[in-house]
Design a protein around this ligand. Structure first.
Ligand SMILES: Cc1cc2nc3c(=O)[nH]c(=O)nc-3n(C[C@H](O)[C@H](O)[C@H](O)COP(=O)(O)OP(=O)(O)OC[C@H]3O[C@@H](n4cnc5c(N)ncnc54)[C@H](O)[C@@H]3O)c2cc1C
Length: 385
């Protein structure tokens, strides 16, 4: 009897999943199946959501159809997975079941605005494409008042995104000539911007916010949104009024991972920090769905750049194992991000997040770096779909 072909299943086709699927496909024989499962075939590029918010990008320009990967030999299954059965080596959802020899869990983080009383339906956001479009429409008719940006809870993906959003809103209101009628603030439970990147970088971002007259309120834990009063209520009893509330929705591990054998204590996938292997053989997890502690107890940020690098490592190692090669790679914790600051400029931060001590340095905002950010977006959308 012939043995059924080996199958590599990638669960989640976002930033990490699409890279893992493409890379593993290109490195293993054609008779090995690569199956990509996602509930949402149309994918979009999250780093560009702030440009959707400001009207600088149309959603279609940053969206791609995963089903196009079928042309490249990847089986794309459209469906919402509800169970990962590690022991039985299969995943299933309504109307489908997929068996795996190798599994890469790349499910990202679940957004849960309902976790903060009063937030859902009251706050705008740019953490999903449709939400960024809604906020763009709201901003088009906004004529002045108190704009409160809120990070209600940790962790959240892309530590720079709320700061970038605040500075791009500042620029938008200036361009419209209404900045003098807008009070802009940012409140967060963090002690400083991007705490994992160190105090010098945090202070540099605080100085940028000050120069742009964006009021910054660190160490504020949100307890609820008082919709009637249109105020944010913080744990210490402080309140902040708003006319327009823009929030980072609380993040939590996807239910399917929380309820699986690969979950760590907080419900995120527990992995080896170099190989991204879970405790289950041939089951990997990458990207936002993981929680990777750093040497001082802080966590590796949830960011696409890490999901991408981890996907490369995992794809390489799975392919090597299938081919019978010995060479294994390890994710080394290096990453970078852009921080757009308005006025056509972007800064960048670059670092070794596994370093002891961690070394993360920021480069000043320039037009060239913003061009780099735009080119990266174009390259990404061309390269992976
Ligand atoms: C506004 C914004 C700006 C950002 N800017 C940057 C940046 O400049 N640089 C950077 O590095 N990162 C940035 N990020 C973060 C980056 O987008 C994420 O860290 C990255 O997408 C994580 O990749 P992932 O593969 O782990 O998860 P995701 O990209 O979130 O993909 C998860 C996939 O799993 C699918 N899925 C979930 N549950 C199921 C299920 N039950 N069944 C089937 N499919 C499922 C989803 O549909 C999704 O396609 C930004 C994020 C936002 C919101």
């Amino acid at each position: 009897m012939s043995k059924s072909p080996t199958s590599v299943v990638i669960l989640g086709g976002g930033i990490g999943g699409v890279v893992a699927a493409r890379e593993v496909r290109s490195a293993i024989p054609a008779d090995t199946r690569v199956i990509l499962v996602d509930r949402q075939p149309i994918q979009s590029f999250p780093p560009s959501y702030t440009w959707v918010m400001t009207g600088q990008r149309q959603p279609a320009a940053i969206s791609r159809d995963l089903r196009g990967l079928r042309r490249k030999g990847i089986e794309v299954v459209e469906g919402s997975a509800s169970t990962v059965d590690v022991a039985g080596r299969r995943i299933s959802g309504e109307g489908f079941e997929v068996a795996f020899d190798y599994l890469v869990v790349a499910l990202g983080a679940e957004l849960a605005p309902e976790a903060v009383p009063g937030l859902a339906g009251e706050a705008f956001s740019y953490y999903r494409l449709a939400d960024a479009e809604r906020l763009r429409d709201e901003l088009e008719t906004f004529n002045g008042g108190k704009v409160a940006l809120l990070i209600p809870s940790l962790p959240y993906k892309c530590p720079a995104a709320p700061y970038e959003g605040a500075m791009l809103l500042d620029a938008l209101f200036r361009n419209r000539g209404i900045r003098n009628r807008v009070e802009l603030s940012l409140s967060t439970p963090e002690p400083q911007p991007l705490p994992v990147a160190g105090s010098a970088l945090g202070q540099a971002v605080v100085s940028m916010l000050e120069r742009k007259e964006i009021a910054y309120h660190p160490q504020r834990k949100t307890t609820e949104i008082d919709r009637a009063a249109r105020e944010i209520v913080f744990e210490d009893g402080a309140r902040e009024a708003y006319d327009l509330l823009i929030a980072v929705p609380p993040h939590r591990p996807p239910a399917i991972v929380r309820e699986s054998q690969i979950a760590g204590p907080a419900g995120w996938a527990k992995v080896d920090s170099g190989l991204l292997l879970t405790d289950a053989p041939q089951v990997y997890a990458i990207g936002d769905v993981t929680a990777i502690p750093l040497f001082d107890g802080m966590m590796l940020p949830k960011a696409g750049v890490f999901a991408h690098a981890e996907a490369n490592v995992v794809a390489h190692n799975i392919a090597a194992e299938i081919r019978g090669d010995d060479e294994r790679r390890r994710f080394d914790g290096h990453g970078y991000c852009f921080l757009e600051v308005g006025g056509g400029k972007a800064a960048s931060a670059n670092g070794d997040f596994y370093g002891q001590p961690r070394q993360v340095a920021m480069k000043d905002p320039t037009r060239l770096r913003r061009l780099g950010k735009m080119l990266f977006e174009r390259w990404w959308l061309w390269k992976w779909y």
